[in-house]
Design a protein around this ligand. Sequence first.
Ligand code: ADP
Ligand code: ASP
Ligand code: MG
Length: 815
Amino acid sequence: MRVLKFGGTSVANAENISKVLNILEKESNKHTIAVVVSALGGTTDMLIETGTLATNRDEKYLNVYKQIVDRHNDAVEELIKGKAKEAVLKRINVKLEELKQILQGLYLINEFSNKTIDKILSFGELLSSYIISEAIQQTLKRSSLKDSRELIITDSTFTNAVVNTKETSNNISSFFKKNKDKIVVLPGFVSRNKDGETTTLGRGGSDYTAALIASATKATVLEIWTDVSGMYTANPKLVKQAFPIKEISYKEAMELSHFGAKVLYPPTVQPALQKNIPIHIKNTFAPNEEGTLITKKNTDKKEPVKGISHIENIALLTLEGNGMIGVPGFSKRLFSTLSRGNINVVLITQASSEHSICVGVYSTDSKKAKEIVDEEFIYEISKKKIKPLLVENNLAIVAVVGDNMKNHQGISGRMFRALGNNNVNVRAIAQGASERNISAVISHKDIKKALTALHNRFFEKQVKTLNLFIVGVGNVGGILLNQIKKQQDYLNENLLLNVKVVGISNSKKMIFNEEGIGLDCWKEQLRKGKKQSHKSFFETIKELNLSNSIFIDVTANKEVAKTYKDYLKESISVIACNKIACSSKYSDYRELKDLSRKYNASFLFETNVGAGLPVINTLNNLINSGDRITSIQAVLSGSLNFIFNNFDDNSSFHDIVKQAQEEGYTEPDPRIDLSGVDVARKILILAREAGYKLDLKDIKNQSFLPKESLEANTVDDFYKTLKAQASHFSELYKSAQKNDCQLKYVAEFNNGKASVGLKEIDKEHPFYNLKGKDNIVLFFTERYTEQPLIIKGAGAGAEVTASGLFGDIITLGRN
Ligand code: ADP
Ligand code: ASP
Ligand code: MG
């Protein structure tokens, strides 16, 4: 004989039940089968809801009741044809009327006991099994219906009854010995106590009903038909990359289901295991897919981890106090108290100091646990030997499971590294004595991140996903998006990096897409986006809580720079093109560096100096390897270089500056470049990165601008002064010409002191031949004493700046 169980979704409506009938038709050709069914999907929840509403004297209970009536009537209307229909409709409506009477009773007496809950819940399975049995009768003859309550006998723990296995097994085997029908349909979940009162086997209990029948009849197989194609490596609703496990041992399946893999109700495994009956999990909606086979076999020796599961809504209870040390019996008293209160302990850890015991329970039990435990230890608490029970809510458990974990080293290392790298804080840890599972208690909000990170670590090619949030998608930002689009496939293949742009914003609008924004049409999407604000951009990123989130600032905005702190504190890395943060007050710069370290989030800003040139990276490498910077000489302004390289006798200084602005070499306000402030900020950042505590005011700035230009209030006025003061600028040129020199705007740092200013550079100097918008940096260090380490190349322009940002992104990805 075979036992087939169909879950709620599989029998949710007439359409799905037809699929079930097809499966039964095939299987009953060859075998005798027992068919265990759940209530029509969602009915059990609706029954609880209507019962609760009625108890609370809320008339809405009638609406929910009506929905229950309708869905059962609809199913009959569609499934049952001909004369039989009338009779079936009549019978289900008699049952539904009986339900209504009980609900009315609840409305009056205002009390919803567990006993009544079971009475009400049983309607779900009793109705579904009757309807399905009638539907089978129409097409496949020789079928019958048997009420499981006549077979499965339990104690009186209503809503979660304990089965008397001996009596139950006898009842089942003698019934099936006499049975002549090819198909017997039975309601899952329902049972009765020795007084004949209806009990139930706990939520999800239909699986268990089927296992009891399989075990008592020594069935050849127990098939659990559900809405997914087997037991997956992780809950497929949360982890998209999860896949069905082909074969798994009873113990592994038990462990995964105990830790939340809802596809199998935990008590189901034991009866099958005892009789060595294989359990096959199959998909009603894709019956040809292989599914998962659960047997005694300890499979795949190479892959130590079989699956990852999780339980939501966990509370951690901590009992602690010095009075516990060396005094036996505290754990015993704690556990007996919880057991007396019918509180299920999901996880246990104990500090080796014996100073505290920590257990995980379902959140729904935490209030009661606190009351009864504090009551139990009232004396010790009053004497301050222990503290009142500490309860932490909003937690969850993630568990990594596999029979072969015990034969492999380093699994827990990998597990906790994956969690740590994704900033998932672990509150407690437990490892089963069999080493078949390692579980961690984490915050509820981190579930998805933790599962994805663990799944990625144990089951996927080690592709790391970087989730980018880019603010400022003008010139440089736009080009960065283009570069990313072009390079995505290459990075995936060669560096195992999946670079995904999840959020972008300009000064007006912002958009987000967790799956990754389409980089072909981001401009249109952004136009239709939500109104932007720095706060809501940050809040959304925080809310998404994705692993490897990176905030990228491609603005020159002071307000954006102020938000870096918030990101780092959430362990979100920051990449800044914006120089403001690193060149503002030293204490602000220091704070960001410290936060970066404290929250394990990177803070990179290579493009602050020399656009895409590896200036800061090189400097960091020198320092980290133990070198010390003695002097820096540099030409760091792409725009000033462009201006002085093009300015000569035949051109006007005003026109050259205008051209530099139009070609995008200057800051939006050219005064920031021409006044030397931009260069001063850059040398300041280099000095700070070299380990010196400097502020902008410490940098000597000898301006080459005439007084009028320095005093101009607007950009327009500034341009006017450049025209009016043309002779001042041509004098500068002529003097350099006379001395056989070139004009360069130079930044210098020597033993703690920095300055910027225009200089006449002679032919011998490495700066003399600097072309176009190139930058050059000379580092003199304790190791590079005579000849400096030189970095030279284009130091401005949107393409190179974007590629510098891209470089920072990749550096982060490879960390
Ligand atoms: P049924 O009504 O058929 O008994 P359940 O809802 O009880 O179905 O169980 C199936 C559901 O279990 C799936 O839809 C899925 O959301 C959930 N689930 C959780 N963890 C797993 C897992 N590891 N593998 C498969 N399904 C899982
Ligand atoms: N109908 C019950 C529930 O929803 C039992 C089951 O479906 O297994 O929990
Ligand atoms: Mg189920």
